[in-house]
Ligand binder design. Structure first.
Ligand code: MG
Length: 204
């Protein structure tokens, strides 16, 4: 069925994130400085987000790698408390609630997904989504976009896709999506393009 839909990235679009917050808190409880502690995750962060490592294995390996002095639950809290809702986006999409289906497409992990879905009201506007850790592949590759189209029954020609990374936008555009390369500073342009697109789709 062909119907208009909106598909959105998560990080730096719906929510901001700042890993330096976690770095400072971890540094207080291990023997590595805040400036370098995040580099200790280089070897495990991508396998984790691509679903090759589960939550428990990631937390265990992270605690070993950093020498973190605390429980797995305390580590999880520090790992997840790095996000803040993008309020202009919440206002823009809140005004669209019930007028077209909205979905998520994110390179993320199980811990982060569970945390942002339960923490920020903007995610209540979405009917579902596709996530790299459970899809077993990630953006900007085509595979995860093709899975998303099939799973969510999207018609790219009638789907408005928002992402902050140029490489992801390029893949989406190649597959026929209507795209917008987002940044917090470009929010007014997003609003204008979205309003124009909604009118064309008969949802104005
Ligand atoms: Mg992003």
């Amino acid at each position: 069925m062909s119907r208009p839909a909106l598909l959105s990235d998560v990080g730096k679009v719906l929510i901001d994130f700042d890993f330096s917050i976690a770095a400072r808190r971890l540094a207080e409880r291990c023997d590595h400085p805040a400036e370098t502690v995040m580099t200790l995750f280089d070897g495990i962060k991508l396998p984790y987000e691509d679903g090759r490592m589960d939550d428990a294995a990631f937390v265990r390996e992270a605690i070993v790698a950093t020498g973190f002095r605390g429980s797995p639950a305390e580590f999880e809290m520090i790992w997840c408390e790095i996000f803040a809702q993008n309020e202009p986006m919440y206002a823009t999409l809140g005004a669209l609630a019930g007028r077209l289906p909205m979905f998520l497409l994110s390179n993320t992990s199980g811990l982060h997904k569970d945390y942002f879905l339960r923490t920020f009201p903007v995610f209540r506007l979405f009917l579902g989504g596709v996530y790299s850790y459970s899809a077993g592949c990630s953006k900007p590759g085509e595979e995860i976009f093709l899975k998303t189209i099939a799973e969510l029954d999207l018609d790219p020609a009638r789907t408005f896709y928002i992402d902050d990374l140029e490489a992801n936008i390029a893949t989406a555009a190649r597959l026929g999506f209507q795209t917008f390369h987002y940044s917090f500073a470009r929010h007014p342009q997003l609003q204008a393009e979205l309003d124009g697109w909604l009118t064309v789709q008969g949802i104005g």
